[in-house]
Ligand binder design. Structure first.
Ligand SMILES: Cc1cc2nc3c(=O)[nH]c(=O)nc-3n(C[C@H](O)[C@H](O)[C@H](O)COP(=O)(O)OP(=O)(O)OC[C@H]3O[C@@H](n4cnc5c(N)ncnc54)[C@H](O)[C@@H]3O)c2cc1C
Length: 475
């Protein structure tokens, strides 16, 4: 079975790798991957600048989600996996221009420790009293989807939306709490509200249960984030090294897709090719355009997925220039602070192998759902904004020895209310078609591990189909 994979980011490359694994195990599959740009990896890209590793896109992935680490193990690069330096993990929130550390016991915006919550200047006394009152929140079924902001506001008030929910979500989704679906991005919150009512009580209960389970199993805590010694690019390079170069069409955008008998006809600048099956691993809007003549409902649902754009800026300093900066992983900036910068990571503290002992790297995030205009600015304008805002927040005025700006246009899928229903409809139509599969960051999670999972599942779906057709042919 000839399979076309459209899109060469981590989702498409995972599909290609797992199809190659299936082929090696006897599945009658042969994959060709089409990538429109001049390089593979999509938004995953690492630079080497001097003796530093600089990430343009993702810098790591969540350790608790297994698919990316599993892929690294299957690629033989597990020995190069590195964990975040969690013993140095302090994250600050900027409040009225000052860096305030997130209080101990805060579990994804839900407080679980009384004293640190009572003492922190992060919340006003009104919010602290509200948090105490939240313990009495009665359980209630959540019938309709709502935004994260709506749910967090119901429980803790608007200050927690502004100072925690919004900055945390803009870091992960490049979106804002007022437009992201709580069911899609924080399904655990919905379950907790249904069972316990109070999110604080639910978190306390789940923390206790987890601690008991971990103690019984002699569990050793794992770092929160995992990356690769050579940068995330190492994952891309390792996958590409396992693929047949003849199967890769780089700089080759697919412009259209039509039905051809039981299969598909795919058009690129290099001509028309026929395939038995297709895996889409592009942003949803690209798949929508190509499928509009094939299934209007599928095209409409895919076309309805919104995307936000972002800019990352890395600044290289000498470590001694950062003497006035606090320790920790970095800071998040609530929208109410009026800056364009959304967050800054102290890369040299967060991960080993990113900068030598005498160097430091600050990585800043801009853009997101509320500031798409930042992409229209020149690199010089963006650098000037970032340097001014870093100076205002940390006092750091020193000249960096390099600055690098990366732009990611409409790269982050937005899981808005109704997203899960939309994905369910897409899944049902695709399942019916059989020789079409979907992967990508709009499908089952925005992060790298979920993208790997979608690529792997698409490959498994196609390999199962190829095996079934082979068996039917022999019968
Ligand atoms: C700045 C930034 C920071 C992030 N940080 C993290 C992080 O720290 N941890 C984490 O887990 N996740 C992070 N993410 C999210 C994660 O990196 C992405 O969701 C994931 O890498 C997306 O992979 P993908 O393959 O689905 O899409 P993409 O990487 O967008 O790849 C899609 C590919 O399709 C190609 N394409 C488009 N149209 C066509 C066509 N017509 N023909 C052929 N090819 C086409 C594109 O050129 C592109 O290469 C971050 C994302 C960004 C942008």
């Amino acid at each position: 079975m000839r399979i076309a994979i459209i899109g060469g980011g981590i989702s498409g490359l995972s599909a290609a790798f797992y199809l190659e694994q299936e082929r090696a195990q006897g599945a009658p599959v042969q994959a060709t991957l089409f990538e429109s740009s001049s390089r593979l990896g999509g938004v995953m890209f690492s630079d080497r600048i001097g003796d530093c590793v600089v990430e343009g896109g993702p810098d790591s992935f969540l350790t608790e989600k297994p698919w990316a680490s599993q892929l690294c193990a299957e690629l033989g690069i597990a020995g190069d996996l590195i964990g975040s330096n969690d013993e140095q993990r302090i994250t600050y929130i900027v409040v009225k221009g000052r860096l305030v550390p997130m209080p101990d016991g805060l579990m994804f915006m839900v407080p679980t420790k009384l004293l640190p919550t009572a003492m922190t200047p992060l919340f006003s006394w009104g919010t602290k009293l509200r948090m105490l009152g939240e313990l009495m929140h009665p359980p209630q079924p959540v019938h309709k989807d709502e935004t994260v902001a709506q749910m967090v506001e119901r429980h803790f008030g608007s200050e927690v939306v502004d100072r925690l929910a919004d900055p945390l979500l803009s870091g992960v989704y490049g979106g804002d709490a007022a437009s992201l679906s709580v069911r899609a991005v924080l399904p655990r919150f919905v379950e907790m509200e249904e069972k316990y009512g109070s999110l604080c009580r639910a978190m306390l209960a789940s923390r206790k249960k987890l601690a008991e389970m971990q103690a019984a199993q002699g569990y050793k805590p794992k770092p929160l984030f995992t990356s690769l010694r050579g940068g995330m690019q190492q994952l891309i390079d390792a996958v590409v090294a396992r693929l047949d170069p003849q199967s890769l069409r780089i700089g080759c955008p697919v412009s259209s897709l039509t039905r051809s008998g039981q299969g598909w006809e795919l058009t690129t600048g290099r001509g028309v090719e026929c395939f038995d099956a297709v895996i889409f691993a592009t942003p949803a809007r690209i798949a929508s355009k190509m499928l509009s003549g094939i299934d209007s409902q599928l095209a409409a649902d895919l076309g309805g997925v919104e995307y936000s754009s972002s800019v990352t800026v890395t600044l290289g300093y000498l470590r001694e220039q950062l003497k006035g900066c606090p320790p920790g992983f970095g800071f998040l900036v609530p929208r109410s602070e009026g800056t364009r910068m959304l967050a800054t990571t102290f890369v040299h503290t967060k991960f080993p192998f990113r900068a030598p002992d005498n160097k430091a790297l600050l990585r800043c995030f801009l853009g997101g759902a509320r500031d798409q205009g930042v992409l229209q600015l020149s690199d010089e304008e963006i650098t000037a904004i970032v340097r001014k805002e870093i100076r205002q927040i940390t006092g750091l005025a020193a000249e960096p020895w390099f600055v690098k700006v990366y732009r990611w246009e409409r790269a982050m899928a937005q899981y808005t209310p109704g997203h899960l229903e939309r994905i369910e409809r897409i899944g049902a139509i695709v399942k019916q078609m059989q020789n079409l599969a979907i992967a990508g960051n709009f499908y089952k999670g925005i992060g790298v591990p979920d993208c790997v999972r979608t690529g792997k599942e698409a490959a498994q779906q196609m390999a199962a189909l190829a095996r079934a057709e082979q068996t039917a042919g022999k019968a």
